[in-house]
Design a protein around this ligand. Structure first.
Ligand code: ADP
Ligand code: MG
Length: 731
């Protein structure tokens, strides 16, 4: 009998919800308790320092070292009063998750050997030089200094985790290239701010700043810790590399929005209590479609902060899950045959005057502004659809996209019938039968119609990777384990670049004497025509759409390493360099990292599957086969040959079936090892990733197929790994 598996099942079935301590205050009373937010700043900083910092946050003004000293002093006092003894620069290298290196506040007062004090200067706040040479840089640091340095990002507030003050920072090389996700994100946010403000001024001269907003919806799975521990594939790759579908999975859709299981509810509540202390405004929690799959979402916020908060919540969730004897799975496709997990990125732009730029207005002027931003976004997504796909692509997400559950590996935009009708009307109008401001006013885009747009959306936008949902776009192709930055960076950069082009066009037309509204209309009409291929309101899961998308010239590439090429296309380089977000060298370096990561992920999966096949599955299958053989043999001793053969026919067939699967597994594992050896000899990161994709990865599903067949044959008592029905239905 497979003892580990049954022990795990027993342990998991006996669990009860973990007691949690419920705060005795309302969330509003302890919200942001661990964050050095504006309220805390006002207590610990002088008015002058505070104002300078706020100017840095709101207007991007550079902070002087002197000010940094003042901020550091205030921050240290607050942190020490909160019990912190250490500080760290908290940054986002091009790996998964975040990085930190803790230093204590202690220092000698004067000379070594003398008295000790707690010290934290502006210099330490502003800059740190972690010996971070093992982080991926795509070759940027090999040629120069091995080290990079981290620098304070005042626009995301510092916070305390346990005994450590965490300071959000960017991570850059000595030669100034970005080595992280945050640096280019901040640049793209600033680019879209500038570009959008210029366009906003066509409609309202008072707009001084445009914010990019992000509201992420985070999907995840929870699996009991004991069962997880009995699955080496989950341990090492975050997904099940084998496992036959459970007889019941999500067919009945009885899990979606169902009542939350008590152990999970306790976990969710604790996550919320913690999140509030970190100023993360969690709003929504519910069961997702697949068994043991769940979702949480906060109220949206400024994109840089929202990205940091998402990273923070992922790490909090891991910790809290462990307390509840769960393992949190953020992998995009941990189980075959049921839905994977994504992270829908709800994205919008809004002004400092409180206007949502994707919110239809009441007046003609407001509606023209709305259509302007909508159409420019369409154009940006159209031109850069390949790049946007590259921005969300990973070895893991490739399993999710294109399956019958998530958007296909083609980027298109869903607008819904109402908005589409508006655009069609503009498109059909011609130069000499202009749409007047009066027409616009009558366009019935008023607020009162939004519910109608939403009703229209809910049913159909599920298959769309980029859907308009009434006052924002929802970029749904982002992976559940991903850092939101690359997606938000590509999107904001593409939109910024498009808005600049639009503004230039309007300026040109107006200089030639055209009226402003006319110039805007004529330009939008052209854009609507040009960007038409990106609009698709139909069923994104259908085969017909793949054909249609190809005809429309949209990017239909499905190989992950080749999808990354879009980052270094002439068009992308021109766009990113044009707005100063990433230069060619950085783009190439980042792709190196992406290709390497892809290769490593597949390599690890291949190794784990090879090991499990040879050391876990084949021995057990052989053992069961021997039992059958033994039985067959003994039958012959009891009955005459003809009768024994007749009675043992089924056993004989099973023995043969097992032999066939074992031999197929063995041959394919050997071939996979050979394929890996050949691929490993390749130097060039891109070619190597392609080799892994084309020649190694296909073995994973072939080998799995035979193992899953064996799972159906081999005695349940002997099967070593927890089965899907156990992983997914015990909670
Ligand atoms: P649904 O499941 O219908 O998509 P949810 O309420 O689960 O909606 O999540 C929607 C997310 O979108 C939330 O994080 C919400 O705060 C966010 N959101 C709402 N309005 C905007 C907006 N204008 N810009 C960005 N995000 C928004
Ligand atoms: Mg949503």
């Amino acid at each position: 009998m497979s003892t580990l598996r049954f022990k795990a099942v027993e342990e998991a079935s006996k669990r009860v919800p973990v007691e949690i301590s419920v705060p005795d205050k309302f969330p509003s009373e302890y919200f942001g308790k661990y964050v050095f937010n504006r309220t805390q700043m006002s207590k610990y900083l002088s008015k002058e320092t505070m104002n300078t910092v706020l100017r840095a946050i709101d207007q991007g003004v550079t902070l002087q070292r002197e000010i940094a000293d003042h901020v550091a002093a205030g921050m240290k006092m607050w942190a020490m009063e909160m019990g912190a003894t250490h500080y760290t620069h908290w940054f986002q290298p091009l790996t998964e998750g975040t990085a930190e290196k803790h230093d204590s506040f202690i220092d000698y007062l004067n000379a070594p050997g003398g008295d000790i004090i707690e010290r934290f200067s502006g210099k330490l706040l502003a800059q740190q030089e972690p010996d971070a040479s093992s982080f991926p840089s795509g070759g940027i640091r090999n040629t120069f200094e091995a080290r990079g340095y981290t620098a304070w990002d005042p626009s995301s507030p510092a916070f305390i985790i346990e005994d450590t003050l965490c300071i959000p920072t960017v991570f850059i090389s000595y030669t100034g290239e970005a080595l992280d996700y945050k640096t280019p994100l901040l640049k793209s946010l600033s680019a879209v701010d500038k570009a959008a403000v210029e366009v906003c001024k066509l409609f309202d001269p008072n707009v001084k700043k445009v914010y990019s907003y992000l509201g992420w919806e985070q999907e995840y799975f929870l699996v009991d810790q004991a069962l997880y521990a009995a699955r080496p594939d989950l341990n090492l790759t975050d997904r099940t590399l084998m496992g036959h579908e459970s007889a019941k999975n999500q067919q009945l859709e009885d899990h979606y929005f169902g009542s939350i299981p008590p152990r999970v509810a306790a976990f969710m509540r604790e996550v919320e209590f913690e999140a509030y202390k970190y100023g993360i405004p969690l709003k929504t929690r519910h069961n997702e479609v697949a068994p043991n799959q769940f979702e949480l979402a906060p109220i949206y916020g400024e994109t840089n902060l929202a990205v940091d908060q998402n990273l923070l919540i992922m790490s909090l969730m891991h910790k809290i899950a462990a307390k509840h004897h769960f393992k949190l799975l953020l992998h995009e496709k941990p189980f075959a045959g049921i839905n994977g997990s994504g992270k829908h990125n709800n994205w919008s732009l809004g002004t400092d005057t409180g206007v949502g730029l994707f919110t239809p207005g009441k007046s003609a002027n407001e509606n023209l502004r709305f259509v302007t931003f909508l159409v420019n976004t369409l154009m940006a997504v159209y031109k850069h659809n390949a790049l946007l796909k590259a921005s969300i692509m990973s070895a893991q997400n490739a399993h999710r996209l294109g399956a019958n559950e998530a958007p296909p590996a083609i980027i298109s935009v869903f607008l819904g019938s109402q908005i589409s009708a508006v655009l069609d009307k503009i498109e059909e109008s011609s130069d000499d039968n202009d749409i007047t401001m009066e027409d616009l006013r009558k366009m019935k885009l008023g607020i009162s119609h939004i519910p109608e747009v939403l009703i229209d959306n809910t049913d159909r936008n599920r298959t769309s990777p980029f859907a308009f949902t009434g006052n924002r776009f929802e970029f749904r192709a982002v992976g559940s384990s991903a850092n939101c930055s690359p997606a938000m960076n590509a999107l904001n950069a593409a939109v910024a670049s498009q808005l600049i082009e639009f503004k230039n066009e309007i300026d040109r037309k107006m200089k030639e004497g055209m009226k402003k509204e006319q110039a805007i209309f004529d330009t939008l009409r052209l854009y609507i025509k040009e960007s038409k291929p990106i609009r698709f309101d139909g069923n994104g899961y259908s085969e017909a759409w793949k054909e249609e998308a190809k005809r429309r010239g949209l990017d239909c590439e499905t190989s992950v390493p080749l999808i990354y090429d879009a980052y270094v296309s002439e068009q992308s380089i021109k766009m990113f360099e044009g707005i100063g977000v990433l230069n060619e060298r950085e783009l190439h370096a980042r792709n190196e990292v992406k290709w390497e990561t892809y290769t490593k992920k597949i390599q690890i999966e291949a190794r784990v599957l090879g090991d499990l096949s040879m050391n876990h599955i084949i021995p057990v299958a052989t053992q069961y086969q021997s039992l059958l053989l033994d039985n067959l043999y003994k039958m012959r001793m009891v009955f005459d040959k003809e009768k024994a053969d007749r009675l043992s026919r089924e056993d004989a067939a099973l023995i043969e079936e097992i032999a066939t699967h074992i031999s197929a597994i063995k041959t394919n594992v050997d071939d996979m090892v050979e394929a890996r050896k050949r691929a490993n000899k390749i130097e060039d990161a891109r070619s190597k990733a392609i080799a892994y994709h084309d020649t190694v990865e296909p073995f994973l599903s072939v080998i799995r197929y035979h193992i899953d067949k064996l799972e159906l044959i081999v005695d349940n008592q002997m099967w070593p790994l927890p089965k899907y029905r156990e992983l997914l239905f015990i909670s």
